[in-house]
Write a protein that binds this ligand. Structure first.
Ligand SMILES: [Zn+2]
Length: 402
């Protein structure tokens, strides 16, 4: 862009570095005041004002009215800044056991268009990616966005993903994808830089960016569906661990000698308290098949056995959450996934166990709350990952703001 002199290499790279810090902070926050940008980047107010002025002049950012998060101003609210669509757009894709969702958003965190369809339970990766390619074209056209403006795409899969090989690990939930180099295949098929992450991590990022944990920096997100997984946010950053398995709480042993888990161990949290495990327990007492949906409907209608089994699951999950609180000392524990629809029938027993089992100082201020983004969480998290982890897309041909 204009205004950056290229006389001195070190001065130029310093300016570019500062500009990238401001752009990075804008991507993460969506909308921010100049004062917030100074605080987030550690740059002076005058440096931030100069950089924002350059971005406005270049048409990459715009101003709007608003109130920054968590700040109360006595006088006139400060002018807020956000990146324009010409600075790039993000794509989010979410593959579930039997669905696909695709959305495009601008870097002010506004969803511009989204599409959804059902997929065959045992769909292959190739079939899934064919539909995804179709949907990407559709949402970009609907949003009036150019493909060349896409700064990155994230694809969510409900399976463990090896971060070294990017391949999908053994999964009973997504059998048609096992062994596939998901990011590589998707990048080739879509002609875009694609990153892959698992559903619990993306749910965590979504609730942190838009939902129940907005404005918090220490967050545990639990997804309680057919499996149980956690997404961990520490210092405002999603934690993956070395190979990407951080947060696999579903395989914490809760009941020694308990039911056999799909991982081969016994008494794992997932084998005791997943939506599937609870529905199966009810099915054996009723001597008829029970789906997760039926379990939730029975509970909502006051069925004692259903409520008792969901409460027991809440207590089992509470044991794991108490340990997580001792280790991570979060501000907020957000509970999402299918079973979270049971509300306080699940959450109250969980809170009770956490209060009894965790160190009092570790849970003095913790809030255990239901997720608010429902079944759009993973898709929104996929968008959020493009905004929060722009360095993961740095090697690819980025949009105008790179
Ligand atoms: Zn297990």
């Amino acid at each position: 862009m204009q205004g950056v002199e290229r006389k001195s290499g070190s001065l130029t790279s310093l300016r570019e570095g500062n500009r990238n810090r401001v752009i990075g902070a804008l991507r993460e926050r969506g909308v921010a005041s100049r004062a917030e940008l100074a605080r987030l980047t550690g740059l002076s107010r005058s440096t931030v004002s100069t950089i924002v002025g350059d971005l406005l002049d270049a048409g990459l950012a715009g101003e709007r009215d608003g109130q920054p998060d968590g700040e109360v101003h006595a006088g006139r609210p400060p002018v807020m800044v956000a990146l324009n669509r010409s600075a790039g757009v993000a794509l989010g894709l979410d593959f579930g056991h039997r669905h696909l969702r695709v959305a495009v958003a601008d870097l002010s965190h506004t969803v511009l268009a989204e599409a959804w369809c059902e997929l065959d339970v045992d769909h292959s990766a190739t079939e899934g990616l064919d539909r995804a390619a179709e949907f990407v074209d559709r949402v970009l056209a609907e949003a009036g966005a150019e493909r060349s403006h896409v700064i990155g795409a994230t694809m969510g899969l409900p399976a463990p993903i090896d971060r070294v090989s990017d391949s999908v690990q053994e999964s009973s939930i997504l059998p048609g994808w096992v062994g596939v180099d998901a990011a590589g295949e998707a990048s080739r098929r879509l002609g875009l830089p694609v990153e892959v992450d698992n559903d619990a991590n993306l749910g965590a990022l979504a609730e942190f960016t838009w939902g129940a944990a907005k404005g918090r920096s220490e967050v545990v997100y639990l997804k309680v569906s057919s499996g149980i997984g956690a997404g961990l946010i520490s210092g405002g950053k999603l934690q993956h661990g070395v190979s990407g398995t951080a947060g696999e709480v579903g395989h914490m042993v809760i009941a020694n000698g308990g039911p056999v888990c799909r991982c081969g161990n016994r008494g794992c949290l997932e084998a005791v308290a997943s939506a599937r495990a609870v529905a199966d327990l009810l099915a054996s007492s009723r001597r008829e098949p029970v789906s997760t949906q039926q379990l939730l409907e029975l509970s909502a209608a006051g069925d004692a056995a259903s409520q008792r089994l969901i409460a027991d699951a809440g207590r089992a999950i509470g044991i794991a959450v108490a340990s997580l609180c001792n280790i991570l000392n979060p501000q907020t524990v957000v509970v999402g996934g299918d079973l979270a629809a049971a509300g306080d029938v699940l959450l109250e027993p969980m809170r009770d166990v956490v209060r009894r089992m965790a160190l009092p100082t570790a849970v003095a201020d913790v809030q255990i709350v239901a997720a608010v983004l429902g079944d759009r969480a993973e898709m929104l998290g996929a968008l959020a990952l493009v905004m929060h982890e722009s360095d993961r897309f740095a090697q690819a041909g980025m949009g105008a703001a790179a």
